[in-house]
Design a protein around this ligand. Structure first.
Ligand SMILES: [Zn+2]
Length: 128
């Protein structure tokens, strides 16, 4: 006998995944697995700095698109919102470049420090 998952999907509807036997939820909605999923998600978020912002932006843009298409948001206001989104994207890009440049100059400084520590003498071969 197969039943329907008791979970609720992100858009508020009933999950349509069928489950069997004693299971009440599919693997996506199983409360026992939610902690595991949350940890995996936060690990993924830590792996790439700034990626969480991008994911959030994408979600917000998707919502905005739906709201505009549904007539919930005025087109002119949506156009302004899109301008704001573009600016945020530019700032994120700028932050990324600054971070990369910082990392690069840190690495160069570290190389310079380590090469000055060795004094350069070991590279000249014979002494005297
Ligand atoms: Zn489900």
């Amino acid at each position: 006998m197969s039943l329907q998952c008791a979970g609720i999907t992100r858009n508020g509807g009933r999950c349509t995944v069928s489950v069997s036997g004693a299971q009440q939820f599919c693997h996506l909605h199983d409360p026992a697995r939610s902690e595991e999923r949350r940890r995996a998600a936060s690990r993924a978020g830590r792996a790439k700095p700034g990626s969480r912002e991008v994911v959030k932006l994408k979600a917000e843009l998707g919502e905005l698109k739906n709201d505009v298409l549904d007539g919930k948001v005025d087109r002119n206001k949506a156009a302004v919102a899109v301008q704001v989104f573009r600016t945020i994207v530019q700032v994120i890009e700028l932050e990324r470049r600054v971070r990369e440049t910082d990392e690069l100059s840190e690495r160069i400084a570290e190389l310079e420090r380590s090469s000055s520590r060795t004094g350069g003498g070991r590279w000249t071969g014979r002494t005297g």
